[in-house]
Design a protein around this ligand. Sequence first.
Ligand SMILES: *[C@@H]1O[C@H](CO)[C@@H](O)[C@H](O)[C@H]1NC(C)=O
Ligand SMILES: *[C@@H]1O[C@H](CO)[C@@H](O)[C@H](O)[C@H]1NC(C)=O
Ligand SMILES: *[C@@H]1O[C@H](CO)[C@@H](O)[C@H](O)[C@H]1NC(C)=O
Ligand SMILES: *[C@@H]1O[C@H](CO)[C@@H](O)[C@H](O)[C@H]1NC(C)=O
Ligand SMILES: *[C@@H]1O[C@H](CO)[C@@H](O)[C@H](O)[C@H]1NC(C)=O
Ligand SMILES: *[C@@H]1O[C@H](CO)[C@@H](O)[C@H](O)[C@H]1NC(C)=O
Ligand SMILES: *[C@@H]1O[C@H](CO)[C@@H](O)[C@H](O)[C@H]1NC(C)=O
Ligand SMILES: *[C@@H]1O[C@H](CO)[C@@H](O)[C@H](O)[C@H]1NC(C)=O
Ligand SMILES: *[C@@H]1O[C@H](CO)[C@@H](O)[C@H](O)[C@H]1NC(C)=O
Ligand SMILES: *[C@@H]1O[C@H](CO)[C@@H](O)[C@H](O)[C@H]1NC(C)=O
Ligand SMILES: *[C@@H]1O[C@H](CO)[C@@H](O)[C@H](O)[C@H]1NC(C)=O
Length: 709
Amino acid sequence: MEHLRTMGAFKLIIAALFYSCVSSSSVERKIYIVLNDTVPCVRLLNATHQIGCQSSISGDTGVLHVLETESDLDWILNTGPHPPYMVVMETAFFNRSVMLRMKNSSRVAGVAVIVSKTGPADGFSPHTTCPNQNTGVYSGSYGPQYTDCNVTVWNPLGNGLSYEEFGFPVFALKDENQTEVIRKCYEDHNARSNGSAPQYPLCAMQLFSHMHAATDTVTCMRRTNLQTKFSINPEALCDPLNDFNVWLSTKPLNNSAKGHLENESFVIAAARLDGRSFFWEKAPAAEGTVSGIVTLLAAVQALYPVTQEAPPPRNIFFTFFQGEAFDYIGSSKMVYDMQHNEFVMDLKNIDSMLEIGQVGLSSGRDLWMHSDPVSRKNSSTVEEEVSALMKNMTSVAADLNLKLAEPDVTQALPPSSFQRFLRARQIPGLVLTDHQSAFTNRYYESLYDTAVNLNLTYPDGLSPDEQMRYETDTAKSLTDVATLVARTLYRQAGGEEKMLKNITADPKTVAQLLYGFLVQKNNSWFRSLLHPDVTKKGSSLLASGPPQFYIGLGPRSHGSVHSVTKFVQYILANLTGTVTNLTETQCQNPSDVSTENKDLYSYLWVSGASSDNSSAEAFCVRASVRLSKAISPAFELLEYGSRDYSTWTESRWKSIKARVFLVASRQLEMLTLGVGVAVLLLSLLVTYFITSKAELLFSAAREAPATTY
Ligand SMILES: *[C@@H]1O[C@H](CO)[C@@H](O)[C@H](O)[C@H]1NC(C)=O
Ligand SMILES: *[C@@H]1O[C@H](CO)[C@@H](O)[C@H](O)[C@H]1NC(C)=O
Ligand SMILES: *[C@@H]1O[C@H](CO)[C@@H](O)[C@H](O)[C@H]1NC(C)=O
Ligand SMILES: *[C@@H]1O[C@H](CO)[C@@H](O)[C@H](O)[C@H]1NC(C)=O
Ligand SMILES: *[C@@H]1O[C@H](CO)[C@@H](O)[C@H](O)[C@H]1NC(C)=O
Ligand SMILES: *[C@@H]1O[C@H](CO)[C@@H](O)[C@H](O)[C@H]1NC(C)=O
Ligand SMILES: *[C@@H]1O[C@H](CO)[C@@H](O)[C@H](O)[C@H]1NC(C)=O
Ligand SMILES: *[C@@H]1O[C@H](CO)[C@@H](O)[C@H](O)[C@H]1NC(C)=O
Ligand SMILES: *[C@@H]1O[C@H](CO)[C@@H](O)[C@H](O)[C@H]1NC(C)=O
Ligand SMILES: *[C@@H]1O[C@H](CO)[C@@H](O)[C@H](O)[C@H]1NC(C)=O
Ligand SMILES: *[C@@H]1O[C@H](CO)[C@@H](O)[C@H](O)[C@H]1NC(C)=O
């Protein structure tokens, strides 16, 4: 009968385990509130450092405390009896001094920031004061007096938070209802009454954002490479930030032929595609980036038909660089390719360059033409050509009611892609901005550089389509800047003077672009420009709201090309392309059609516009717009510790989550833990007993029948 008793004991243990599993999961369901709309700060690495945030592998937990006054800060950091605390703070407290005090305190388990719609009145920029200072053109051997923003501090409001390392998770909370859930839980359970400590049960929060990569890119890539060599299931620990640049030239170029082009000369017009903020995949970049993108796109639209009708002697090459916020990823890759005969042209083909920087015009209608004092001083030809370009631009501006001026000649270039070209060759060029010295943008590379920062507001009661077409003041002033850029480029390319008056940007297009990039990308115009699959499947490409401008990991993180890149590509195709009668299959394989040429053009299958009466009919657009890889050459050269090229990588992670729940009491927690340990010990004991006596028990069991029968 021995065996029956053992079986009984087994059943009992299994039943007990089963019961505790079931009951604990139902308890879990009751208490936990999962927060859905959260945005983490993640870990990024460069050649020498890691920045960003992470939790421990099982998530970090702390008692909730809402930071509303200075006395809360003291409670959290010194006097509160229930550390560690999970700090929930308003925008007003999210600054360098508070965050560094949290960072240096062992009483803080993590931070959740409630993001308000508008930024602090006195400005906020988590970026550095001197963006991309180590990878621009100025160095010990090139204008040493300008290194490290010695002459002009471009972003004086920069507090450097985005470049700090935090050993705890930091999340942004957006959804207002979620914030309410947290506040309610806090007020019901954790609020101090008359300065005395609150009683258990207390409201707690747990944040998960454990990062796989550590130390720096060199270490991370070495470990990743080891894994790929020796592991059966290799898994990368980090990935280089990468995506695509978008470019277009007024004369189609043979994209299969690389290297120097005989007898060709190009005027380059550039803008950047990306931005960033403290948090992952949150980068509205309105003034910082969108103002430049929209201006250049509108200039393309104004200029392109005229260049086809009366082609100027020089080509005009429009390019949008991706990843510039992270040490010029896109522009350094294009320059590298030009130097190594891997691009459709080389550096000697470049006549001059005009870059559109921040041109939001938030402080009036003044624009500034920045140039490089070092090359102008060193070479008389560069000096002459830069002066000519400035004269050209100034005379165009005179007709447009825009005030255009040159900053002091002893001032260096602001952070710009043009600096990467200057590193390779002394090219004459200008950077057009709305700031004379320090940025006028008070929210550079922050969550608050939104439509509001560009004064983009619409009258009440307009439908989405009406809003999209509404010409705001911002749209009108950016239209003038676009006209200025387009006419300057045409003149610079040697175009006929009499054609200039035909080049005028369209305020409707500017309005639609601003709406799409800053308010709602899922709008009827953008939908009509993209591939039908994108609109049908309801892909994340068209999720509600503006696009985010953080570069990310290209196809790996976005499923396909980054949304901003894709929008710019398809908008350029629409603005400059031709509608063809190719079928969908022909559009994919245009080489099968004798009249089409894949070397010269790209072919894009697009949805087309739908009207009230008819649904959209897709068609094939032929355009000379192209994508080119934007990944730092450091990863091609396997120089992960490079000082010349960007080395930024993003760590991988398993899960990002946030939840709120009640903890009963410290004692109860301990008790629960104690019971758990006791059960574990007991079961270990029983297992030990069973295995050690197995011989006896089971032989007895086996022998039993023999004796019975
Ligand atoms: C999060 O989503 C889940 C399911 O999608 C839902 O049950 C839950 O209520 C959501 N949480 C909040 C705080 O909205
Ligand atoms: C890496 O980033 C850190 C933090 O911003 C910076 O101090 C350091 O100079 C960077 N390293 C390189 C090689 O650029
Ligand atoms: C928040 O909740 C209210 C009522 O429960 C609802 O009307 C509102 O749409 C919700 N807001 C969001 C952003 O979900
Ligand atoms: C706070 O203290 C005051 C005076 O001691 C007392 O009247 C009041 O009831 C207290 N409030 C709470 C919530 O305990
Ligand atoms: C483009 O260049 C490639 C390689 O040089 C060449 O084979 C091809 O014929 C060219 N195509 C056109 C249309 O010129
Ligand atoms: C934007 O709004 C602010 C405040 O209302 C105003 O001072 C500024 O002039 C406006 N800028 C433009 C370009 O309209
Ligand atoms: C100045 O120009 C000369 C040749 O034109 C060049 O070799 C030299 O590197 C330039 N100096 C700097 C600081 O770029
Ligand atoms: C985009 O908007 C359309 C029309 O309002 C809607 O039908 C569609 O579901 C939206 N797509 C996404 C991905 O939200
Ligand atoms: C551009 O988009 C508009 C509106 O959707 C459409 O009418 C036009 O045919 C498109 N042009 C090209 C070349 O795709
Ligand atoms: C497309 O148009 C061209 C002339 O523009 C014609 O030769 C060709 O047959 C047409 N193709 C189709 C599939 O209709
Ligand atoms: C829709 O159809 C009606 C009648 O068939 C016509 O009068 C109207 O112009 C059409 N509208 C559009 C936008 O095509």
